[in-house]
Design a binder for this molecule. Structure first.
Ligand code: GLN
Length: 176
C-alpha cells in the first residue's frame, strides 16, 4: 500500500529487502505490522545497523507508520529494542486489541484526513525538538522531527497521499 501511495504521487518507489537496496535511496518507509517481527527481520537481513547509520549520517529520511513508529521511538517500555532515532517514547497497543481498531478523523494542513488505527501505539513522552502535526482527541498521533515523520495510524490505507507527499518534502537529517 505504501508503494501505491507513492505511485499516486507519480514517484517510482521500490521495496527494500537487503542492505544493498538502500543504495541511492534518500527516503525510506518503515511500515506497520508487528514491531517485534519487524525488529527480528531487520536484524536477520542486516538492515538494522545500516538504517541507523544512514539516518545518523543525514542521508536517509525515515517515515515510520504504526509498528514502524514504534521502531523509530526512543523506547517502547519493553520489547522490541528500538532504533531510538525519534525523541519520543511510545506505548504499544495503547487503544486495546485488534477489535478495538478504528478510523478517526484528523486534520492535516486544514483539511480532514480519515486515519486508520489498527492496534495502534501511543506517543507518551515527546521531546522538545519534535513537532506534533496531528492529534486525535488531544492525543498526538503524528510527529515530525529532522529527517523523520512518524504516525501511529496507517496513512497508506487512506486514498489520500498527503502524508506521503509531506514525507517526500523532508530533507534527511543533517550530520551532527
Ligand atoms: N500492535 C503492533 C505492535 O505493537 C502495531 C500494529 C500496527 O502496525 N498496525 O507492533
Amino acid at each position: 500500500p505504501h508503494l501505491a501511495a507513492f505511485a499516486r504521487l507519480a514517484l517510482a518507489a521500490r521495496p527494500v529487502r537487503a542492505p544493498a537496496d538502500l543504495d541511492g535511496l534518500t527516503h525510506l518507509v518503515l511500515p506497520g505490522g508487528e514491531s517485534t517481527t519487524l525488529h527480528h527481520l531487520l536484524t536477520l537481513f542486516g538492515l538494522w545497523e545500516p538504517l541507523r547509520a544512514r539516518h545518523r549520517a543525514g542521508t536517509l529520511a525515515l517515515f515510520g507508520t504504526c509498528a514502524g513508529a514504534i521502531l523509530l521511538a526512543r523506547d517502547c517500555g519493553g520489547s522490541p529494542p528500538t532504533l531510538g532515532l525519534l525523541d519520543a517514547a511510545i506505548e504499544r497497543n495503547a487503544y486495546g486489541r485488534q477489535v478495538d481498531s478504528f478510523v478517526g478523523e484528523l486534520e492535516l494542513e486544514g483539511a480532514p484526513f480519515p486515519a486508520v488505527f489498527i492496534r495502534a501505539p501511543r506517543f507518551t513522552d515527546i521531546g522538545s525538538d519534535v513537532r506534533v502535526l496531528a492529534r486525535l482527541a488531544d492525543i498526538p498521533v503524528a510527529l515530525e522531527a529532522t529527517g523523520i515523520l512518524a504516525t501511529t495510524f496507517h496513512p497508506e490505507l487512506t486514498d489520500d497521499p498527503r502524508w506521503h507527499a509531506r514525507f517526500l518534502g523532508l530533507a534527511a537529517r543533517p550530520a551532527r
